[in-house]
Design a protein around this ligand. Sequence first.
Ligand code: NAD
Length: 370
Amino acid sequence: MTANRSLLILPGDGIGPECMGQVRRVIDWMGEKRAVRFEVEEDLVGGAAIDAHGTPLTDATMDKALSADAVLLGAVGGPKWDDLPFEQKPERGLLRLRKDMELFANLRPAICFDALVSASTLKPEVVAGLDIMIVRELTGGVYFGEPRGIEDLGGGERRAVNTQVYTTSEIRRVAAVAFELARKRRNRVCSAEKANVMESGVLWRQEVDKLHEESYGDVELSHIYADNCAMQLVRNPKQFDVIVTDNLFGDILSDEAAMLTGSLGMLPSASLGATDETGRRKALYEPVHGSAPDITGQGKANPLACLLSYSMMLRYSFDLGAEADLIERAVEDVLEQGIRTADIVSEGTTEVSTEAKGDAVLAALDRLAG
Ligand code: NAD
């Protein structure tokens, strides 16, 4: 495999660079041992870019992100930049990336590794073997709908308005992502909305049904009201494969699903845009966690969320499922050996540093690939 794939790495702030350092080692391993090579560029985002350039994302970096096959980001933000005006904060860099790359589908897997079953607040039998994927619409719905605002009605009374709005094409493109994903998994999609009380939910359900009938009849489709979905996620999460939902419900359901699995240091994510005429899809991969200023520079960061984001990239941007599986098996192997960073350490396991966890992943990869 030649290096005709381009990857932009944006380590960012806080523990971002520490975690990304370990991912770089795995990227090198993949190049050497599996001939999976990328043209890798690294650049600044967030506070690091503010310090160097006075802006959380330069136009030049944005251009690189737009032309790369995939972008892998660490984390942004930290107390050093907390007092900056909202428009200049590190987080604006990330928001601009998501907006300019038009990333409309957010993928949040909730996988419960066997070795971490006890880290969940749910009973082991409920979460053991859990592997679900939430696809959240990311650029539409009530967070962006107009009209919006707060108006003064006089006499001490005020009125706030937000508008939940979806068009056919916005629904179809995110539903298509869910159906495509399901085909690579257990072939089931459950679509969540509130068609019982919201017109946007009625349209959502109709359009998902229509697309299913037209193009994805081979995938099993079901519908669920979003409130029931929230209940079912804690009652029996393993009934789901892929859940597709709007921006607001997805925000809540994806956090709920994530917490089924235990630690923030283990959670990857992907955000996907439209496919262009060459079949290439803009994509940003990042851990769910932030820059963790409380542990920055102490060698305590868990690099696995970042590493699992890279493995999602291999799977979804480059169709390298076997390599992604290999990384996930190596992660499982390290956890089973009881090699843990502080966030997931428990009785009978050993606490190690970020770097030592990277060493353990590489040793596991060698063993599994050997
Ligand atoms: P956080 O995710 O950074 O940290 C929350 C807690 O989880 C902390 O105690 C932290 O030590 C721990 N934690 C997080 N990731 C970990 C890891 N990989 N290994 C071990 N422990 C981990 O959230 P926060 O404290 O609310 O925010 C800190 C900064 O990060 C803020 O500036 C915030 O704006 C920013 N932030 C950025 C992103 C992003 O870049 N996508 C997301 C959330 C927060």
